[in-house]
Write a protein that binds this ligand. Structure first.
Ligand code: UTP
Length: 282
């Protein structure tokens, strides 16, 4: 199995769909029940074997770095008061031994492709993972599942994929592939960003998990503006070729939207309640 040492988190976006909630609080720190979106994403990167987390952030989103910094005073207070559950919860925000954090700034939100390019200089050698924290995937950890399916000899990209209704294709990168109904890794001829429903090659959509060959950074350097005037990661993936879509097993919630965040919160609440019932029965 190929190791994915680096996982890039593009978190520099403005989160305008969630205003006014995101006026001061970064979207990635909005809670899903009791846990910020960012924490779910970090846990998923660690489950996939990441050794380096690269945050591509914005100067106005300093709270994201603060969230990942140690808070010895808070930990001491919780320890003194014997609040061991809360202490454990606070300690999960620290990266474990052997995993480091690099933070790079994307001063202007020029697009997801540009954000990934900004993260490239901080990446370790080899293919990189990318997680968009506002795409929450619950259930089986998605990036780990993708790492197991990734074959660098035949794939320059492996992109998480989900079926959407034809009316929604213009919000996603859409794969051009013969066997759009297959499972696991599905080879694709291409991928097109936000097509009109009548032009979309399929209804299989890219969602926020990627494994990318390091050649992606060279391609991103020269790709130029795409849909919406942004530097699109989708365009660079298409230019690189050897694309595979990956139909993942978990449940995905678009937490960049209000309804998606509420649905995810209810799902996590239900799973916590099941857990408490199980523990109580033991
Ligand atoms: P989105 O378009 O969903 O995020 O980008 P956004 O721009 O923050 O949200 P809205 O549309 O204004 O509500 C997907 C991911 O890419 C990151 C975002 O932070 C998000 O995680 N991103 C996007 C960047 O890091 N930089 C960019 O220039 C654009």
């Amino acid at each position: 199995m190929t190791r994915i040492d680096t996982v890039i988190f593009p978190v520099a976006g403005m989160g305008t769909r969630m205003l006014p909630a995101t006026k001061v609080t970064p979207k990635e720190l909005l809670p899903v029940y009791d846990t910020p979106l960012l924490q779910f994403a970090i846990d998923e990167a660690l489950a996939a074997g990441a050794r380096r987390i690269v945050l591509v952030s914005h100067p106005k989103k300093a709270a994201i770095e603060a969230y990942l910094a140690a808070e010895p005073e808070l930990e001491d207070t919780l320890a003194e008061k014997g609040k061991s559950d809360l202490l454990r919860a606070v300690r999960t925000t620290r990266l474990p031994e052997g995993v480091d954090l690099k933070v790079v700034m994307q001063e202007e939100p020029l697009g997801l492709g540009h954000a990934v390019l900004c993260g490239g200089a901080a990446a370790l050698d080899g293919p990189v993972g990318v997680i968009l924290p506002d795409d929450l995937i619950l259930g089986r950890p998605c990036l780990a599942e993708m790492v197991a399916a990734y074959d660098p000899n035949t794939m320059k990209s492996l992109v998480a994929a989900q079926d959407v209704s034809r009316g929604k294709v213009s919000s996603y990168g859409i794969f051009d592939c013969d066997d759009a109904s297959g499972s696991g890794a599905i080879p694709a001829r291409g991928i097109v960003e936000k097509p009109d429903p009548e032009d979309a090659p399929s209804t299989l959509a890219a969602v926020g998990r990627y494994i990318l060959s390091p050649e992606i950074f060279d391609v991103l350097e020269g790709i130029g503006q795409g849909a919406g005037g942004e530097i699109q990661l989708t365009d660079a993936i298409a230019a690189l070729g050897s694309i595979s879509a990956f139909r993942f097993s978990g449940d995905r919630y678009d937490c960049g939207s209000k309804d998606g965040l509420v649905e995810a919160t209810l799902a996590v609440q239900a799973s916590r309640a099941r857990h408490h019932l199980r523990v109580a029965a033991e």
